[in-house]
Write a protein that binds this ligand. Structure first.
Ligand code: NAD
Ligand code: TYD
Length: 365
């Protein structure tokens, strides 16, 4: 079993990354070392998501949690972080992550997802060189990727780790590029890497442009629920904590140089998911189910909208003994309750007002 002392998490102020930091300190991981969270705070990043973690672990002479506002493309900054904090593991979440935004403005996706990943890999390769020129074996670069690199499925079949890449949006193409770079750094330079491709995540702290939080908030505000196309596109949904438990398992016990698929084995047509979510929101808020259903509005389809994603995660289950722990019903209910209980987080992340919180809580670098 691999152990780590100083983990650099990129994109740790975003949805999955912030849940990962929480999982490391206070979840099942019970991590005893230090986490450096590097995030440039795009519209999607909000360090307020980890305010309590910063309070508990970020104080004193040797804090175990350090937040750094910075860009993964900034090579001198990353070199400094590797040196100052003796980084021995990277969990690379940072990315431009929303397909719709990649259609409107692809450039930021290429910059962050491709160039940013390259910069991190290249700094790691140099920082982890030993005196005889080979790379240390007690370190790890874990790359977080998506099932979307595999393309779109028809009504049957599953993505396995050997499915050929066939990305179809600027988002998935840039993630595919980053995956190839990670594997190339392993094969060419011997960089110790692991890589995971996960299906759609949901849970607390997700920016409300993605399907589930958007729909929950629109329901509470009586706004239209925009369903793209015929609403029959299928996604495989996984609760965010189950994603992070799989990542942590792969980092500690997965084979170096290998990739693992992570999935919910939980496929839903968007329209059926929405109906289920409506029932839960109605129960949790006392709103009328028919009133909520009347908000469903079919809108123009997303260009190149992938029809179906479905992950075969039998490698992860068979080799490492992972399984999902949160049912869809339970996960959706927890998520609805979290959004209902955290209107200030929602208001701040939507308005960008959390930036004034940063001014008050962090020194400018
Ligand atoms: P997110 O958009 O919520 O968070 C991304 C974070 O990265 C933000 O905090 C943002 O500020 C930061 N960031 C963006 N560009 C940066 C840069 N140049 N330098 C430093 N930080 C930068 O995304 P998420 O949903 O948490 O996704 C995290 C990772 O997981 C991504 O790599 C994504 O491709 C992958 N993934 C997401 C899902 C999903 O369903 N959300 C599924 C599978 C894989
Ligand atoms: P999304 O959360 O953007 O994730 P991804 O595109 O990465 O899978 O969208 C999930 C599904 O929901 C996808 O099929 C597009 C659809 N969708 C809508 O129908 N309406 C919306 O407003 C959004 C944001 C997504």
């Amino acid at each position: 079993m691999r152990t780590f002392n100083n983990i650099l998490i990129t994109g740790g102020a975003g949805f999955i990354g912030s849940n990962m930091v929480r999982y490391l300190f206070e979840g099942y991981a019970n991590f005893a070392g230090r986490v450096i969270n590097l995030d440039s705070l795009t519209y999607a990043g909000n360090p307020e998501s980890l305010a309590d973690i910063a309070e508990r672990y970020g104080k004193g002479a040797k804090p175990r949690y350090v937040f750094v506002q910075g860009d993964i493309c900034d090579r001198p900054l990353i070199e400094k972080l590797f040196k100052d904090y003796e980084i021995d593991a990277v969990i690379h979440f940072a990315a431009e992550s929303h397909v719709d935004r990649s259609i409107v403005g692809p450039e930021a996706f290429i910059r962050t997802n491709v160039m940013g990943t390259f910069t991190l890999l290249d700094v790691a390769r140099n920082a982890w060189k030993t005196s005889d020129g080979t790379l240390r074996k007690d370190v790890l670069f874990h790359h977080i990727s998506t099932d979307e690199v595999y393309g779109s499925l028809g009504e049957t079949g599953y993505f396995t780790e050997t499915t050929a890449y066939d990305p179809r949006s600027p988002y998935s193409a840039s993630k595919a590029g980053s995956d190839h770079l990670v594997m190339a750094y392993h094969h060419t330079y011997g960089l110790p890497v692991t890589l995971t491709n996960c299906s759609n995540n949901y849970g607390p702290y997700q920016f409300p442009e993605k399907l589930i939080p958007l729909m929950i908030l629109n329901m509470t505000e009586g706004k239209p629920l925009p369903v793209y196309g015929d609403g029959k596109n299928i996604r495989d949904w996984l609760y965010v904590e189950d994603h992070n438990s799989a990542v942590w398992l792969v980092m500690r016990q997965g084979k170096i140089g290998e990739k693992y698929n992570i999935g919910g084995e939980n496929e839903w047509q968007n329209i059926e998911l929405l109906k289920k979510l409506i029932n839960i929101v109605a129960e949790e808020t006392g709103k009328n189910t028919n009133d909520l259903r009347s908000l469903i509005t079919y809108v123009k389809d997303r260009p190149g909208h992938d029809r179906r994603y479905a992950i075969d995660c039998s490698k992860l289950k068979g080799e490492l003994g992972w399984s999902q722990s949160v049912s869809f019903e339970e996960g959706l209910r927890k998520t609805v309750r979290w959004y209902l209980a955290n209107p200030t987080w929602v208001a701040h992340v939507r308005s960008g007002e959390y930036r004034s919180w940063i001014e008050k809580n962090y020194d400018k670098r």
